[in-house]
Design a binder for this molecule. Structure first.
Ligand SMILES: [Zn+2]
Length: 237
């Protein structure tokens, strides 16, 4: 079997990895669709218990093509710690294909990409410590790939594509970094790609639970019951 060219895989993946800015700080994310569908972590875009609707997204950080675009969050999930957003203009964008987390094996090589402490395009390599580790009541991918705060929301890459979202680390245990398997988002990603940017952003978005409701114009969330503030309609696309 030909040796895995990690450098080749990383170079492609870096071009589809982005930085996600809110008023609170910066995290990472990655593009999964050429029209500008971006995956990040829910805790990157949450502030005081509510998901921020509008964020800034930097592409090609540190290169001549460095650009900051507006992004709009349209779906989030607190327990699974993922959020989805659309870039509001431009494209086609470089994007990452989805891999298959279920085929990961113990000690398989993986790459984490993100911007720890704001250091753009930082790639770290590691192995799968456990492909199906139970943590926070979720079956996660456990690795020893070095990740830190700004890595949150960035991709975990294995041969074939992105297998997870880097979200948590357990204290200072180096072999206890956790990624949410990309499988948990597959349905949401398919729906978003089918609907397209305009339809996703016209839907009612609940900042409390992250639910995306295609019935626009509601004053409450049909998922969690949250009442949208009247002076700032949730349906602001
Ligand atoms: Zn809700």
């Amino acid at each position: 079997m030909a040796p895995l060219d990690l450098s080749d895989i990383a170079t492609k993946a870096v071009s589809a990895t982005v930085e996600v800015f809110t008023e609170r700080g910066v995290g990472s994310g990655f593009i999964v669709q050429p029209a500008g569908l971006v995956v990040t972590a829910q805790h990157v875009v949450e502030h005081d218990g509510q998901v921020q609707r509008h964020v800034k997204v930097r592409l090609n950080a540190g290169t001549i093509n460095d650009v900051v675009l507006d992004g709009t969050v349209f779906r989030a999930h607190r327990q699974l710690d993922f959020a989805l957003l659309w870039l509001e203009e431009g494209g086609p964008f470089p994007w990452l294909p989805l891999g298959t987390p279920k085929s990961l094996r113990f000690a398989q090589t993986v790459l984490a990409i993100g911007c720890p402490s704001g250091l753009s395009n930082t790639v770290s390599a590691g192995i799968v410590s456990n492909p199906a580790q139970r943590y926070r009541q979720i079956e996660c991918i456990q690795t020893n790939a070095d990740i830190d705060h700004g890595n949150s929301g960035g991709p975990l890459i294995a041969e074939g594509g992105v297998v997870g979202i880097n979200v948590w680390g357990l204290g200072n245990i180096s072999a206890a970094k956790f990624a949410i398997p990309i499988d948990y988002l597959t349905e949401d990603l398919h729906t978003a790609a089918q609907l397209g940017r305009t339809a996703c952003l016209q839907a009612t978005f609940c900042p409390a639970c992250g639910h995306n409701d295609q019935h626009g114009g509601l004053w409450f969330c049909r998922n969690c019951g949250f009442q949208f503030p009247s002076e700032e309609p949730a349906n602001d696309a």
